[in-house]
Design a protein around this ligand. Structure first.
Ligand code: SF4
Length: 366
């Protein structure tokens, strides 16, 4: 597998264009016009008519240039959970669908959980998206627009995590571009420190990120420090085993001096024992890190179970007693299958979207 299998979808929709690309399209206009247009598009304007500081003739030209459409995607369905989470099913230009989620914590901080691919090739055994297989990479416009759709419904969003559908480091080029748009000071201006890329452990791309940025937060889905169990749960471990992953992370840390977050999905009876915790401590200790413990979120048809609160507490205690910064992550979005590992109700191109559950609040505009 080529680690950067980005299929370089041409960003024909303005939400995926950089300021420089817009300047090239608007080369006959003064540069400040491209800057104005970029500010509108990157902040998520929904139509050309709303770009009111541009002359009407220029708005018409832009509309013509982009086939009359500011966005390449539409919201198909919306699902809202009691805990405040919102999941959107989004239909893409070719009829494929992806999901994104807005999570709100008890302090009211909003985080957009974005997808980077339609489906996923990694096949992690505990993840619903992994059962879909890989369909294609998302373009930068399709990634940025997930943020815009969520923002339109829930207002200011301060954080972004690439933890939705797909392995972001297998679409690094388009993820990079979407981050440069979302963090651009003329647009949304998200802080790099509030953006997290989560990977299953694509070693060459971790090294690429270390050398070439962006300098965002890195999270690694580890799940187990036992080589056999990790291979069983996360097939990525065959190609890039734990030793290679650790070397890459130490190199990443040398270059960036950044703390790494490890995500550990706890599966009842599988990786929550004392031996598992000690193995994890030993593996993680040389790396400056934090461990997020996530109790597995139930998915129909999967042979795992959620561990008991006591098991999680004991696991967490062993890590903490051994000097590992440990956070037990609250599961949010379970009621609408929006929690970690649960995305994938929409089987995209095949139009096999499941019937919306009774938590659906609105049918979209498609
Ligand atoms: S956990 Fe992430 S990398 Fe693994 S199958 Fe699911 S989406 Fe893909």
């Amino acid at each position: 597998m080529n680690y950067d299998s980005a299929d370089r979808l041409s960003a024909v929709y303005p939400s995926g264009l950089s300021q420089e690309e817009l300047a090239a399209i608007l080369s006959e206009e003064p540069l400040y016009r491209a800057k104005q247009a970029f500010a509108w598009f990157s902040r998520g304007v929904s139509s050309f008519e709303k770009m009111t500081n541009l002359p009407v003739t220029l708005r018409e030209r832009l509309a013509q240039n982009f086939g009359g459409s500011v966005r390449s995607s539409v919201v198909q369905n919306e699902f809202s959970d009691k805990d405040g989470s919102l999941k959107l099913q989004i239909r893409l230009r070719d009829g494929a669908s992806v999901e994104c989620v807005l999570l709100e914590d008890i302090e009211g901080r909003k985080t957009a959980c974005l997808s980077s691919q339609v489906g996923c090739a990694m096949g992690c055994a505990f993840c619903k998206t992994g059962t879909l297989g890989f369909l294609r990479n998302l373009g930068p416009d399709e990634i940025v627009e997930q943020f815009h759709h969520l923002q339109e419904r829930r207002g200011f969003i301060s954080n972004v995590v690439f933890m939705g559908m797909g392995e972001p480091l297998l679409n690094l080029e388009n993820v990079r571009k979407s981050i440069s748009i979302l963090s651009h000071p003329a647009g949304i201006g998200l802080s790099m420190r509030k953006i997290t890329i989560s990977t299953s452990g694509i070693v060459p791309a971790i090294l690429d990120l270390a050398k070439n940025g962006p300098n965002v937060r890195l999270a690694v889905s580890l799940t187990s420090a036992n080589p056999d169990l990790r291979t069983e749960l996360m097939p990525v471990n065959r190609k890039w085993p734990l030793d290679d992953l650790k070397s890459a992370l130490l190199e990443y840390q040398q270059d960036t001096n950044a703390r790494i977050t490890f995500e550990v999905v706890l599966l009842g009876g599988l990786n929550v024992g004392e031996k598992d915790a000690i193995e994890l401590v030993n593996w993680i200790t040389p790396i400056k890190s934090q461990v997020n413990l996530i109790a597995w979120n139930p998915i129909d048809g999967m042979p795992f179970k959620t561990p008991s609160v006591r098991q999680i507490e004991e696991f967490s205690r062993i890590l903490s007693d051994n000097g590992i910064v440990t956070v037990r992550r609250m599961s949010r979005g379970r009621g609408v299958m929006a929690a970690c590992g649960q995305l994938g109700d929409t089987l995209s191109i095949c139009n096999l979207a499941l019937e919306p559950s009774n938590t659906m609040i609105k049918r979209g505009n498609d």
